[in-house]
Design a protein around this ligand. Structure first.
Ligand SMILES: [Fe+2]
Length: 434
């Protein structure tokens, strides 16, 4: 070892040349560039024992997409005018992570899918038209990648950049993942200029692989790739994870939902945008996690029309208070662009009766899709027919019904409260109690 060690400034692991494309090592290992933006954007280099193009031509072929993943390209239809509550997927047959993928919602640049894998992957996978964002609702395992393995468990996001060779090795037991595809760019960390880079999470929460598990193995190794709706298979005579080193910033990583440290406010309601963790082209992902309830402000969601996005919310764990008991873990709500919604009657009644919880004991993953977004036939097959009726308390409970005297009551109240201000007197101050 030299007397002093240095960081290079760019992450690297294992055996790498002094710089990309340069140095004597180039004659001993095979460099592969994973480049975005026509090689002018984000990039990583991997260094292989064997040429990455050593496929067996006689075994390379296109696959029948409908046979490989029958529900991934489920036909899309317009969505609007009705809210959907999607039940938990029960696969008709045990399939692996990708063969069992079912499309739920999509627009031109992003999509949401669900998969409940119950069979091992006997191939490697590359998505050639999207970066994948997995959310592990249930289960655990190891995501094996060219850059090294990533262990994951319930509550983890897994980001798999477009084109990266990988394979899921799932542990025993139930597995259930929501899978977001970003067709036009990678997820970027969300942060507000006024709250800075450590809210609501830090880049140091992203866990990149650091241990290579280099395989110098001969055999028959299948890689399935997906480009839009086209699936192709190629077969290599050496193991695809033969990298001895890598350098770059275009990497797979894990991000744990426990590392979201939410913004909370005592005297106002934090809107959904305050809970955004990732921004994708045409989509944003928010995490509603365990947090203190607002004390004086509105602590249930306001009634709202999202005028540009179709909202999806995956219910991960906990009690989903604002939904009035309609949703259980694993379900997904779909609220189309522009269509009003908000707290269910039970939740609003609790607000009116001042039954504020101390803490919201819930974790939900929201992904909103810029309009025009569409819903799939597969999703409609999971849709509960009675969801629109779940707001019916607003037409049956006396406190919400028409009252001829209501306008006069509100006018009287408004008069009385016109000069009311928030209490700002610190305890013990001379103005206390005034
Ligand atoms: Fe909403």
């Amino acid at each position: 070892m030299e007397k002093f060690e240095y960081f290079s400034g760019i992450p690297e692991v294992g055996i790498v040349p002094r710089a990309p494309h340069a140095g004597p090592l180039m004659r001993h290992v095979y460099e592969q560039e994973h480049g975005r933006g026509g090689f002018a954007g984000k990039v990583s280099h991997t260094y292989h024992l064997y040429p990455p193009t050593n496929w067996l031509p006689e075994e390379s072929r296109l696959l029948d997409g409908a046979g490989f993943a029958p529900h991934w390209e489920s036909p899309l239809r317009p969505v609007g005018g009705v809210h959907h509550a999607l039940g938990v997927l029960t696969p008709e047959a045990p399939r692996d992570v990708y063969r069992g993928m079912g499309r739920l919602i999509a627009n031109a640049t992003a999509a949401m899918n669900v998969t409940a894998p119950a069979a091992p992957m006997d191939y490697f996978f590359e998505h050639h038209s999207a970066t994948l964002v997995f959310f592990v609702h249930e289960g655990s395992g190891t995501l094996e990648t060219t850059f090294g393995p990533i262990a994951y468990r319930k509550g983890d996001f897994l980001i798999i950049p477009k084109g990266i060779t990988h394979r899921f090795e799932c542990d025993q037991g139930p597995q259930y993942y929501w899978v977001y595809e970003s067709f036009a760019g990678d997820p970027e960390k969300a942060e507000a200029v006024t709250t800075g880079q450590f809210l609501t999470h830090s880049r140091s929460d992203y866990k990149f692989p650091r241990s290579l598990d280099t395989r110098n193995e001969a055999g028959r190794f299948e890689i399935v790739s997906k480009t839009d709706g086209t699936y192709a298979r190629r077969v290599h005579p050496t193991h695809p994870f033969d990298a001895v080193g890598w350098r770059g910033t275009y990497l797979p990583y894990r991000f744990a939902v426990e590392d979201v440290r939410p913004l909370v406010a005592d005297r106002s309601h934090v809107p959904p945008s305050g809970h955004t963790v990732f921004i994708l082209p045409g989509c944003y992902l928010c995490v509603f996690t365990v947090r203190s309830a607002e004390k004086e402000g509105l602590w249930v969601p306001f009634f709202h029309n999202n005028l540009d996005y179709c909202e999806t919310l995956g219910y991960h764990v906990g009690r989903f208070f604002s939904r009035g008991g309609v949703f259980s873990e694993g379900m997904v709500s779909v609220h189309p662009v522009g269509f009003p919604h908000g707290p269910h009657p039970k939740a609003l009644a609790a607000l009116l009766d001042d039954k504020r919880p101390q803490v919201f004991e819930e974790v939900g993953i929201m992904a909103d899709f810029a309009n025009p977004a569409k819903i799939s036939n597969f999703a409609l097959g999971l849709s509960r027919p009675d969801y629109m009726a779940s707001w019916s308390g607003y037409t049956t409970e006396p406190r919400f019904l028409h009252d001829p005297g209501r306008l006069a009551k509100v006018l009287r109240l408004a008069e009385r409260l016109a000069d009311a201000r928030d209490k700002l007197r610190p305890a013990g101050s001379e103005d206390e109690g005034r």
